[in-house]
Design a protein around this ligand. Structure first.
Ligand SMILES: *Cc1c(COP(=O)(O)O)cnc(C)c1O
Length: 420
């Protein structure tokens, strides 16, 4: 199936006289014929469903769809994008381990790595996205367990050089985890470019309607966990009767381990109702992504021509620093644009407060056009020198172009810029 068809049909195929739409299975638990039957599922929870803290039929249908869209062997939904990022890392790291991340990542991920993981004893070495191979190779240590980057960084809009980062990770025997939130599998499928694990905040384009927070982890099934660096995958797990994940589950070892250990113990699983709504968003994802890209390119070109705008970052513009990278890896640059209006922080605030159609809100990547001032919101906790290291300046505005008429969006921006 082509990806447009997968958006609609993957994950759930009704049999004779079953419902057309995947039903919401609103039940915490599942009934068995005998004590022995339940016991068998505790030995191997992949055999049947026991409890909706870590598996539910409605959620699993959506997991199947997302795995198919990304071209992976399996997926696990989480109750937020943050939970997906956290579990994707804890599935590989424990206290005393280290990770490498590009510095230009989502502010919430940056804080998680820089502060909270550090408290758990996991160190993060941040590197500039544009770092050369020599610098990247020199950053690896004996205890480095993974490399992390974002396809299109939120909000810096740096496009990841997949070839460079995946080669460095693989040369050192560790996987590349990619946050593919802004691109979605419609614009980029990171597994085709060397990534091993993909995560998403489904709160953004996948849900697409600003309805609910969610996340997902997808496993490519292609990483070799038997290279000696990941004993938790090959040695017996005492919490599951001595199972070795690689021996028992082969290519799906990573994603099954994440569910059996981490989701069981942390319980950050979405509700069936949330998964049902996410599925509605996914059904139209391919159509929506096309229009986001089309609208955003028109808006970016308008902004580029305005004398009230100091700079425009949009990887879809031929003049953009990351346009070549976008052409190599993306089939569209999404709907997010980063601009600096004249007058620094003051100019940014005056522009934003003068908009009528575009709303001022802490969200991005849904059907409503909205704006955000990263320096005073999502990146507020960072001092000015660290702001620069994640690719943000005090005068920048993140513009999320929605699915309204491009002419109406441009008219609103024009009025806002007139106030600067
Ligand atoms: C929003 C976002 C997250 C965090 O997701 P939540 O669903 O808000 O927890 C992670 N990565 C990126 C790129 C995001 O935009």
């Amino acid at each position: 199936m082509n990806i447009e068809t997968k958006c609609i049909h993957s994950g759930y195929t009704p049999k004779n006289s079953e419902p057309r739409v995947m039903p919401i299975v609103q039940s915490t638990t599942y009934v068995f014929d005998s004590t022995d039957d339940i016991g068998a599922v505790f030995d191997d929870p992949t055999k049947a469903l026991i409890y909706s803290r870590f598996a539910n039929p409605t959620v699993m249908a959506v997991e199947g769809k997302i795995a198919d869209l990304e071209g992976g062997v399996g997926a696990m939904c989480t109750s937020s994008g943050q939970a997906a990022t956290l579990l994707s890392i804890l599935n590989l790291c424990k206290a005393g381990d280290s990770i490498i991340s590009t510095g230009q990542i989502y502010g919430g991920s940056y804080n998680l790595f820089n502060v909270t993981l550090k408290r758990l004893g996991i160190e993060c070495v941040f590197l500039d996205s544009d770092a050369d191979e020599k610098t990247i190779n020199a950053a690896f240590k004996e205890n480095t367990r993974l490399v992390f980057g974002e396809t299109i960084a939120n909000p810096a809009l740096v496009v990841l050089d997949f070839a460079k980062w995946s080669k460095a990770a693989h040369d050192h025997g560790v996987p590349l985890i990619v946050d593919n939130t802004f691109a979605t599998p419609i614009l980029c499928r990171p597994f085709e470019h060397g990534a091993d694990i993909v995560i998403h905040s489904t709160s953004k384009y996948m849900d697409g309607h600003a309805l609910q927070v969610g996340g997902v982890i997808v496993d490519s099934g292609s990483f070799n966990w038997k290279n000696g660096k990941f004993p938790d995958f090959t040695e017996p797990d005492p919490s599951y009767h001595g199972i070795s994940y690689v021996d028992a589950y082969g290519k799906a070892a990573y994603i099954i381990k994440a569910r059996m250990q981490l989701m069981r113990d942390f319980g950050v699983y979405p509700s069936a109702h949330s998964a049902f709504l996410l599925n509605l968003g996914l059904e139209t994802l391919a159509v929506r992504m096309d229009r986001y890209c089309e609208n955003a390119l028109k808006v970016a070109e308008f902004l580029k021509g305005s004398d009230k705008v100091e700079s425009v970052s949009y990887p879809g513009l031929s003049s953009d620093k990351y346009n070549a990278m976008a052409k190599r890896y993306l089939s569209g640059a999404s709907g997010v644009i980063l601009i600096t209006v004249n007058g620094g922080r003051k100019g940014a605030v005056r522009f934003m407060d003068s908009l009528k159609l575009a709303s001022n809100e802490v969200h991005v990547a849904d059907i409503h056009t909205c704006v955000l001032h990263p320096a005073s919101s999502t990146h507020r906790q960072l001092p000015e020198d660290q702001l620069a290291s994640v690719g943000i300046t005090p005068g920048q505005v993140r513009l999320s172009v929605g699915l309204e008429s491009a002419d109406d969006i441009i008219a609103d921006l024009k009025a806002g810029l007139a106030a600067v």
